[in-house]
Design a protein around this ligand. Structure first.
Ligand code: MD3
Ligand code: FE
Length: 194
């Protein structure tokens, strides 16, 4: 379910909280198990964070860069995720992980499934901020032809039910200047990892 502009009322609180998170756990470009450096820079907040390195993909309670726990999930993040999931028909969503992706011009995310989580019955809630991006939404098979959606500042999407395991990705970010966030797109995904 696509909720256009749903994050707008939370924008100021989210951006303030984001500054605190990034001060503790800066964005970094991780390596895939295959040894490729991702074009998207990432960080996390919550009890666990998604990480990738040469040994594989996993959720980890510790930020490998600092050796410290990830920053706590701020209250406005939890509130937004809960309210959006409720709109999408998933009452009581309590995410334990929030992956924060930063796209600069040219950054992209290839078609993939999110399946490192324990419980696929919980939805994933995504929040887009800053420059808009073309989101590609396929099907259960990698070969299913993706539909394209433009995701803009403040848009929230709730991915639950069958779509939870659909292939998806993001086309290379076009250059531009966003009034609030400048030359970047930030995407937050709220997850129930454990
Ligand atoms: C559909 N992020 O972090 S958010 C990711 O814009 C990821 O940064 C993209 O894919 C981004 O894993 C897309 C939308 C999204 C997130 C999770 C999904 C769509 C999804 C999980 C299942 C199906
Ligand atoms: Fe994903």
């Amino acid at each position: 379910m696509l909720l256009r502009g749903f994050a707008r009322p939370y924008e100021a609180d989210m951006l303030a909280a984001l500054r605190g998170i990034v001060a503790q756990a800066p964005f970094r470009r991780m390596f895939t198990p295959g040894g490729h450096q991702m074009s998207v820079a990432m960080t996390n907040c919550g009890n666990v964070g998604w990480v990738t390195d040469r040994s594989g993909y996993r959720y980890d309670g510790i930020d490998p860069e600092s050796g410290a726990p990830w920053p706590a999930m701020p209250a406005p993040f939890r509130e937004l995720a809960l309210r959006a999931a409720e709109e999408g028909g998933f009452a009581g969503f309590a995410p334990d992980a929030c992956l924060i992706n930063r796209y600069q011009p040219g950054a992209k995310m290839s078609l993939h499934q999110d399946k490192d989580e324990q419980d696929f019955a919980a939805p994933i809630v995504s929040v887009s901020l800053g420059l808009s991006a073309i989101f590609m939404f396929g099907g259960i098979k990698r070969s299913d032809k993706p539909k394209r959606y433009r995701l803009e500042h403040g848009d929230v999407v709730v991915w639950g039910g069958p779509s939870r395991l659909y292939f998806h990705g993001v086309a290379p970010l076009a250059d531009g200047e966003h009034a609030v966030l400048g030359r970047q797109r930030i995407n937050l995904t709220f997850r129930r990892a454990r």
